[in-house]
Design a protein around this ligand. Structure first.
Ligand SMILES: C[S@@+](CC[C@H](N)C(=O)[O-])C[C@H]1O[C@@H](n2cnc3c(N)ncnc32)[C@H](O)[C@@H]1O
Length: 209
């Protein structure tokens, strides 16, 4: 199988642990080097997931752990279709915090939406399965939502927020101001420095027709 947009290999290692034969595909040289360091014996390819250096009809499963949205929208579906065997599967998933019932969470989103034009909380609800539906040569097979609770330190949460591209790409003063505002909200909501946050992972699976 292919783990496309493997990043530092978080999903790759879990797939390997489940006994899959995995090739990691990732266009970022530095993160792929990190994945290789952390994953002994990793089979990895430095490539764009929408231009795969992989032969036709050779892959049983192609998966995208929080990466499908980065690929070129016109070429990603035909490219995934090309490399899969007949009956092979496409899977994509995203994990998002969904603590929408909590005031601190909505305050944080409001801060991010004000500072990052084009980014909004509704983007968590995109139906990614629809991008491989209809005349794409795939049949949508399943949509699964898995709720879970994440325990994370306030520092860990802030570090992760800072790594999101809509924040990381802000001009330095705007980025620092935004992170200060987020920290003020979170420090008040979690004075002991640890957070427990409701998450959901949404997974779509499609089968090559
Ligand atoms: C949010 S990270 C997910 C990393 C990893 N799969 C995980 O879940 O931790 C998105 C990854 O997609 C990669 N990416 C961006 N554009 C891509 C493309 N055109 N083809 C394949 N991967 C891409 C990024 O370099 C990044 O590693």
């Amino acid at each position: 199988m292919l783990d496309v947009g493997a990043g530092t290999g978080i999903a790759t290692r879990q797939l390997l642990a489940h006994g899959a034969s995995v090739t990691a595909v990732e266009p970022g040289r530095n993160v792929l080097a990190r994945a290789a360091e952390r994953t002994p014996g990793l089979r990895a390819v430095l490539a764009d997931g929408a231009v795969l250096p992989i032969r036709d009809s050779t892959v049983d499963l192609i998966c995208f752990a929080q990466s499908w949205h980065w690929l070129d929208a016109a070429s990603r579906t035909p490219e995934a279709h090309r490399v899969l065997v007949d009956g092979g599967r496409w899977a994509a998933w995203w994990s998002h915090a969904r603590a929408d019932a909590d005031a601190w969470f909505n305050d944080c989103w409001s801060i991010v939406e004000r500072a990052c034009p084009g980014t909004h909380r509704g983007q968590r609800d995109i139906d990614w399965g629809a991008t491989v539906g209809d005349s794409s040569g795939f049949d949508l097979h399943d949509r699964i939502a898995v709720p879970w609770q994440r325990e994370v330190s306030v520092d860990g949460w802030i570090t992760e927020q800072a790594s999101h591209s809509h924040i990381a790409l802000l001009p330095e003063p705007d980025r620092l101001r935004l992170l200060d505002q987020l920290r003020a909200v979170i420090d008040e909501a979690f004075p002991d420095g640890t957070m427990s946050v409701h998450y959901e992972t949404w997974l779509w699976i499609a089968v090559k027709a």
